[in-house]
Design a protein. Structure first.
Length: 215
């Protein structure tokens, strides 16, 4: 491969590395072109693209992108550049490996960490992002239903207490002035004043000192 073409290929690999959420590296020894094509097609469903790479060019591109992948770049290498969920992409590779035992998941890179072969395979055993989001949504809906039920129960208890209180309160205890919009206690004060004036009019007037017996 001419030097200019190598440099362009390294630059392209670096761009794809930097634009990916994760990398998954596999050894594809023994796979036919049609089998690799089928694997590429399945990985598209996980928003990932598969590229057969030369180890030296991939190692150089990774180094320029700040990654150290030399331990994973042995034997014929294919790299899945994952733009979506790494778990789903790992599941696709592992499913293909069951059909083609010569396909081996060698490791990967995700969240700033290099993954060993065991770690990459365990990644494939995790639940996908869609499944986790579905479970979280289900839990959230369950919490919302429980909160609504609790609120309705509290509201029902409050109304029951209010009705019980109304039954215990004697009739006529509410100030009529409050019911008609007047000043609380106004009618009671006016009534008291009228009674006091009537009692004063009816009371006998004592004669002044010194005038007793006159007339």
């Amino acid at each position: 491969m001419p030097r200019t073409e190598k440099l362009e290929r390294v630059a392209e690999l670096k761009r794809r590395i930097e634009g990916s959420n994760a990398l998954l590296l596999a050894e594809y020894r023994g796979l036919t072109v049609s089998e690799i094509t089928a694997l590429r097609r399945s990985l598209r469903e996980a928003d990932a693209s598969l590229a057969v790479v030369k180890n030296t060019l991939m190692q150089r591109a990774a180094a320029e992108a700040g990654l150290e992948l030399s331990e994973l770049l042995t034997g014929p290498s294919a790299v899945a550049f994952v733009g979506g969920d790494a778990v789903t992409a790992a599941k696709q590779i592992k499913a293909a490996a069951k059909l083609h035992p010569t396909l081996v998941l060698k490791g990967g890179f995700m969240d700033g960490q290099v993954l060993s072969a065991d770690e990459a395979n365990r990644l494939a055993d995790l639940e996908s992002r869609e499944v986790l989001l579905s479970k979280i949504a289900g839990l959230f809906q369950g919490e919302m239903r429980r909160a609504a039920s609790t609120f309705q129960s509290a509201q029902a208890r409050f109304l029951a207490l209010l009705e019980a209180y109304k039954e215990k309160v004697p009739p006529g205890t509410v100030d009529t002035a409050q019911a008609t919009g007047g000043t609380p206690g106004e009618d009671a004060l006016v009534g008291s004043e009228a009674v006091a004036n009537e009692a004063a009019d009816e009371a006998p007037v004592d004669a002044p000192d010194g005038d007793e017996g006159k007339g």
